[in-house]
Write a protein that binds this ligand. Structure first.
Ligand code: FAD
Length: 321
């Protein structure tokens, strides 16, 4: 393989957004190269059951779904390369990217590098990720129908997830390390209504010290008062939703592309310009999936924006090359 490879379209990421962009652009004869990154298949490979990918019911494993997407992209002759991009030069055209193994130049680029959910960093937590510990209420909430669960966090997402889960679970324990919530007032009011009349129980300020469990998964949580370390509680429950934020994989693009305050790539969908929805602040560079979406963060929405990015890239290449 040549040390520098040129392509009309380079796609970064092998999650639902990257593979979908590859399928659409390969079918449009753009001969894309897709760089998988280290996390081949992306976030979905961390989950055993995906119940909400349309057409695969009652469920499909995350690994199987991502294998299918990989094979689908290969079927249309996407050039899939296991490499990880370390450096980008977006000032020159063609764009120049340096990977761990190879160097690439491209006329257009789709960034689908996704995001990583933040976890608490406890050893006991690592053991149970996917076995009672989740980072996504919409994805995994329905596994806890009529069961006791906890949500950890105090921002908008944590409160929204607690409210959403309170319609599914029998009891939702909302645990937050501070005495106040940083979520919007309207959400806090809804939360307090639920606390008064329903099934949400507040524990704040409390810090999670340990996740308890056995070979089948989570069985409880040990929390300590932030103000008095002697004061602790053990709550028996089946599921814990860690809702303390996500980190978009955009380090490579800092100071090169416009990012929002949380580090997500800003695309046209945020401005009034509805056309060219996935265009970033540099023409010819598009973004898709969780890396540009701090709201929906689903496989299907990532795939949808992957499709849009492929169509936008195709338009760009037709007009400019
Ligand atoms: P990701 O899946 O995050 O993939 C990003 C890709 O970019 C990876 O392949 C990575 O290797 C690559 N990459 C990163 N940096 C670089 C680099 N420098 N160079 C090259 N490549 C790079 N959603 C659902 O719809 N249903 C569910 O049931 C569901 N369950 C979930 C369970 C868990 C535990 C988690 C964590 C998420 C779940 N989600 C679910 C959310 C869903 O997985 C994400 O919304 C989706 O994977 C985002 O897709 P993406 O393509 O944007 O990015």
């Amino acid at each position: 393989m040549n040390n520098i490879q040129h392509t009309k379209l380079l796609i970064l990421g092998s999650g639902p957004a990257g593979y979908t962009a590859a399928i659409y652009s390969a079918r449009a004869n753009l001969n894309p190269i897709l760089i998988t990154g280290i996390d081949i298949g992306g976030q979905l490979t961390k989950t055993t059951n995906v119940e909400n990918w349309p057409g695969n019911f009652p469920n499909i494993s995350g690994n199987k779904l991502m294998d299918n997407l990989h094979n689908h992209a290969l079927y249309f002759k996407t050039n899939i390369i296991n490499d990880y991009i370390l450096k980008v030069d977006l000032k020159q055209k063609p764009f120049f990217l340096t990977g761990n193994f190879f160097k690439y130049t491209c006329d257009s680029l789709i960034i689908a590098t996704g995001a990583v959910p933040k976890f608490l960093g406890l050893d006991s937590e690592k053991k149970f990720i996917g076995k009672g510990i989740s980072s996504c209420a919409i994805c995994d909430g329905s596994f806890y129908y009529n069961r006791k669960i906890a949500v950890i966090g105090g921002g908008n997402t944590a409160i929204e997830e607690a409210l959403y889960l309170s319609n599914i679970a029998s009891e939702v324990h909302l645990i937050h390390r501070k005495s106040y919530f940083s979520a919007e007032k309207i959400l806090i009011n809804k939360l307090l209504d639920k606390v008064k009349n329903n099934n949400i129980i507040l524990h704040n300020p409390y810090i999670v010290k340990e996740i308890l469990g056995n070979q089948f998964g989570v069985t409880g949580i040990k929390i300590f008062s932030s103000t008095n370390i002697e004061n602790y509680k053990i709550i028996n429950l089946y599921g814990i939703f860690i809702s303390i934020g996500t980190i978009p994989n955009t380090n490579l693009f800092k100071n090169l592309l416009k990012l929002d305050n949380n580090g997500y790539i800003i695309t046209n969908h945020i401005s009034k310009n509805k056309f060219n929805f996935t265009q970033t602040s540099i023409s010819g560079i598009f973004a898709a999936g969780d890396v540009m979406d701090n709201v929906y963060r689903q496989a299907i929405t990532s795939a949808a924006t992957g499709c849009m990015a492929a169509v936008d890239a195709q338009n760009y290449l037709r007009k400019n090359f």
